[in-house]
Ligand binder design. Sequence first.
Ligand code: GLV
Ligand code: GLV
Length: 444
Amino acid sequence: MSAIVFFETANLALIREFYQNKLALDVFKDQGRCLIFELGNMKLGFCSADAAETQGTITFVYASREKVDEAYFRHLDIATTKPEQSDFFKIYHFWARDPEGRNLEFQCFLKAEELEEKQKAIRILNPDPDKPKLLLTRMIPDNAVQKLKRVFEVHANIFDRNLSAAEIKAEIGGKDALLCLLGDSIDKDLLVAADKLQVISNYAVGYNNIDIDYAQSKGIAVCNTPGVLTETTADLAWALIMAAARKVTEAERLVREGRFLGWEPLMLLGQDVHHRTLGILGMGRIGQAVARRALGFGMNVIYHNRKELELDFPAEAVDFETLLRESDFLSLHIPLTSDTRHMIGKEELGMMKDTAILINTARGPIVDETALIDALSRDRLFAAGFDVYEHEPDIPRELLALDNVVLLPHLGSASLATRAAMGELAAANAIAIVTGEEAPARIV
Ligand code: GLV
Ligand code: GLV
């Protein structure tokens, strides 16, 4: 890799004029206050006077947060963090890495009163009054953001946190489209303020966060992202099955804490997965994908489903009680509705084998968490593997304290490829509705 020779200059415009226009050199990278030209094998870098290089880090100092945010959007492709406030250093900054592996920091100083000030999370990414307006409640993969920008003026939450209900409500007026997350509560109170809204595109397959009936009564289309996340979510259900059965996370903690003192005959004995019975509650797309994987483990698959199904793999339909009593692993794949809330409670847990393992990658409120904690702490269940919680993101301390439960932070669809595919679909849904086309995945 060729080195960059850096020069400090007060006038980048003159440098650009000289090298680019007069000598016709290619700009290798325009880093705002730092310009790098390619000159054969060598690269020439110029930093403006208020950019300083210390120990391999080039720091660009700006006058305001807005300038830092602008730099962030210019350098999205090389950014390694999102902009954030450091109360300790009293700066607002983000990091990036240039093509030579050098660290770049873009920052502005914060005055004491600014630290207190509530940050405004929403930025218009591509000001264009002629385009319909879309509110994006959190940054999603860039392929989707780019696709949205072609059709919409995108008003996006650029911060690394979810918006509050009040923040969404304050922004929803005048927007033609909303692209939101499963944690955003899109209820009647919010929709009353949605005076122009044509579409709610949920970046999720589950849509229990949306008041569908009210949206429909206002003529607002609601769309989701089914299909694209099926296999990825099934993979994660299996990660939980394996981890809970074989105490993988508890074992990992033991190793990291220096408590592995050699092979022991009775250390961390778990349950076999192979040739046991896998029970599936809700044999939809994801339930079937989880069940199919079980065949490779020689498992017996039983399931309970609202509707009768024709399956192209061996699995036996049973009633709910038989499912509870016979499953060695019970994996939940039903949507959250008023009928399924607390479908797994004290009584149901009481019917399960005390060697059984309960897996939840669906929605937290399907399980009565208090009853689950009681069953796990009295060894009335062998273990549990959970990706979702009743009061997400809050997890009861009692659950966190148990070793026989594997706890993940709602990662079902969290692979690079799947989140990008969900972005494509969510963007396509929003675009289709405002352009009068048929949306690929419309619920109402
Ligand atoms: C994830 O939980 C989803 O519903 O997409
Ligand atoms: C395990 O490593 C064994 O050899 O039993």
